[in-house]
Design a protein around this ligand. Structure first.
Ligand code: HEC
Ligand code: HEC
Length: 282
């Protein structure tokens, strides 16, 4: 099994002339002002797996990196502005907006850094999108957004901006432990005809080129990400779906319990890295 997985990765890499390039040494300072922790010591739970965790930004080319350095050049920021409008707009049968209860979006500073998070009342781990939907359905009388729907991603990007620079600090113990363990199991399971796990690519081969694409650690502290190829924001779980599909596997769906667990687990692999969204990726 192991040999087969390595062979599959090796085969995908055949097309690459340059086999390995370290994460670069550039500094991620947004608007010349907000310095991101884009490389840091890995959380204790990653012992034996990774010693350092690194933002995906370090694996992109200079041109793509530059777009994220200044909000005026970051195409994802348009969606943050849309979310600011939506935040203050009443929706649903209760005639309330997010602002009616929460005030300014800045009141949410720090929230993005701790999601996905256990919700005691509901007895479940919630992604930020699930929590926002709970406010919409139970408190506003509005319809839930579909996982990774445009409106949901816009609002998630706004939540990222107000937490910018704060280190990810997702809890993995206590009542969240069971979901976390499930996510970890998925991360290390080999899927598809290629029999590749997330770890085969993002833990064992980051820094390598896979078909001309520079493999990162597959971190999610920088989501939602603006993808140049889609000219749109992409959500964490849609990104997961794309990666699983690339292994020629049947995928889990965005919003499924499997992807919620995987989101918690992958978020915890980035503990210590700054909240960075909306990022720019190819
Ligand atoms: C009627 C009041 C009300 C409205 C309207 C409302 N919320 Fe909330 N929201 C709450 C309350 C109360 C909580 C705390 C719930 C809990 O802890 O279970 C909360 C929690 C949250 C949290 C989690 C905060 C944390 O610290 O974990 C987020 C994020 C959030 N709301 C976003 C939104 C967004 C986005 C909207 C608009 C789409 C919205 N809320 C609309 C009352 C509201
Ligand atoms: C065949 C190799 C491969 C596998 C297996 C794979 N990915 Fe990826 N993934 C990629 C490539 C290539 C990219 C784009 C370049 C990059 O950021 O690594 C990517 C990007 C990502 C990103 C975006 C990172 C960023 O900063 O923009 C995330 C998140 C991600 N993968 C998570 C996962 C998860 C979770 C799994 C397992 C379900 C997985 N990937 C499986 C190849 C893979």
């Amino acid at each position: 099994m192991k040999i087969k997985a390595l062979t599959a990765v090796a085969a995908l890499m055949l097309s690459a002339p340059m086999a390995f390039a370290e994460a670069d040494e550039d500094q991620l300072i947004i608007n010349g002002d907000v310095a991101m922790i884009s490389k840091t010591a890995a959380a204790p739970h990653l012992e034996g797996a990774l010693s350092e965790v690194i933002s995906g930004w370090h694996f992109r080319d200079n041109e793509t990196q530059a777009m994220q350095l200044d909000d005026f050049d970051n195409p994802g920021m348009v969606f943050v502005d849309l979310a600011r409008d939506a935040w203050a707009t009443a929706e649903g049968t209760e005639g309330k907006s997010c602002a009616s209860c929460h005030g300014e979006p800045e009141a949410m500073a720090g929230v993005k850094a701790v999601y996905p998070k256990w919700n005691e009342t509901a007895g479940e781990v919630r992604t930020l999108q699930m929590q926002m939907n709970d406010c919409r359905t139970t408190r506003m009388g509005a319809e839930a957004w579909k996982t990774d729907a445009k409106e949901a991603l816009n609002m998630e990007a706004l939540m990222a901006v107000v937490s910018r620079g704060m280190p990810m600090n997702v809890a993995i113990d206590g009542p969240a432990a069971e979901t976390w363990a499930k996510g970890k199991e998925i991360y290390y399971t080999r899927y598809g005809q290629l029999e590749l796990s997330c770890a085969n690519c993002h833990e064992q081969n980051y820094g390598n080129y896979i078909r001309s694409d520079h493999l990162s650690q597959g971190q999610i502290e920088a989501f939602p990400a603006y993808r140049l190829k889609d000219a749109a924001l992409v959500g964490v779980q849609s990104r997961f779906k794309g990666c699983v599909r690339d292994t020629r596997a049947e995928t889990f769906s965005p919003g499924s319990p499997e992807f919620i667990a995987l989101e918690l687990y992958v978020a915890s692999r980035g503990n210590g890295l700054s909240v960075e969204g909306p990022s720019v990726r190819n």
